[in-house]
Design a protein around this ligand. Structure first.
Ligand code: B12
Length: 214
């Protein structure tokens, strides 16, 4: 079995220490950060598929996202040092958890999946006011705005943000996806978003469709 396949398997099996040690070992032995990233990406994709198929649960998805994030922390400096070209960006997304809401575990999973799939993501973090979302969408020339909300009261700031996008003439320039525990089709209509999902993996498929990829 190749070293890269071993790394993919560690990732799929959520063997955190083994996966991170393998990333370090591969870097030290001169492997390209890009190839290592591809092996991790393969693993993360399998985790996503297992989750969608009901073989893995939320805990595994969270764990996978965490390992991926830690591995990226190791890889990013190496990519810069090796002068590796940026992966082809398939879309620009601004995302955050809406004002008043401090939950970010689900958002972070979605961000990890999106970055893993080649999206350039500006993550504004938690408790993000409508004006901040709109300002960043404008600044980045974003294709997609993602808003996460895990609490019932998150509906209101989501709707306010979309209203502000309309008022500033940006609504037609950006696709809006909302997500989180209570988010459903009813929320989508009330907020005026283009898509809604309570599942990060389904959310990824939606934004890929927005950009016309896979
Ligand atoms: C962990 C947690 C916390 C942690 C948050 C830590 C963190 N860094 O996020 C802490 C302890 C800080 C916390 C605090 C509070 N919490 Co809390 N918390 C939870 C809990 C137990 C789990 C949430 C979670 O992370 N789930 C796991 C993630 C992976 O799931 P998820 O968020 O739904 O995300 C998935 C999808 O929704 C989707 N997704 C998420 N975002 C996005 C975005 C997009 C664009 C897309 C496409 C998809 C997507 O992807 C993920 C994977 O599929 C829930 C209960 C529950 N069972 O959900 C309560 C819960 C959300 N909390 C609740 C409350 C009330 C609070 C507090 C007010 C409690 C208090 N009295 O102090 C505070 C303050 C919160 C605030 N102002 O934000 C309530 C909300 C009730 C409501 N209807 O509004 C819940 C439902 C508990 C309950 N039953 O009462 N909480």
């Amino acid at each position: 079995m190749s070293n890269m396949q071993l790394l993919t398997d560690y990732m799929v099996n959520l063997e955190e220490k083994a996966a991170l040690d393998e990333v370090k070992r591969l870097l030290a032995s001169g492997e390209k950060a890009r190839d290592i990233l591809d092996a991790l990406t393969k693993g993360m994709n399998v985790i996503g598929e297992k989750y969608a198929a009901g073989e893995y649960f939320l805990a595994e998805l969270v764990m996978g996202a965490e390992i991926f994030k830690e591995a990226m922390d190791l890889l990013e400096p190496a990519m810069l040092a090796q002068g590796a070209p940026e992966r082809k960006v398939c879309g620009k997304m601004v995302i955050g958890t809406v004002q008043g809401d401090l939950h970010d575990i689900g958002k972070n999973i979605f961000v990890a999946l999106a970055r893993n799939a080649g999206f350039a993501v500006t993550d504004l973090g938690i408790d993000v006011p409508p004006a901040k979302f709109v300002e960043q969408v404008q600044k980045d020339g974003a294709d997609i705005l993602g808003m996460s909300g895990i609490m019932t009261m998150s509906l209101d700031p989501m709707a306010k943000t979309v209203k502000l996008l309309q008022e500033t003439g940006l609504r037609d320039k950006v696709k809006v996806i909302i997500g989180g525990l209570p988010v459903d089709e009813r929320w989508r209509q009330l907020v005026g978003a283009d898509a809604a999902s309570d599942d990060a993996y389904k959310g990824l498929k939606i934004i890929q469709a927005f950009m016309g990829v896979k």
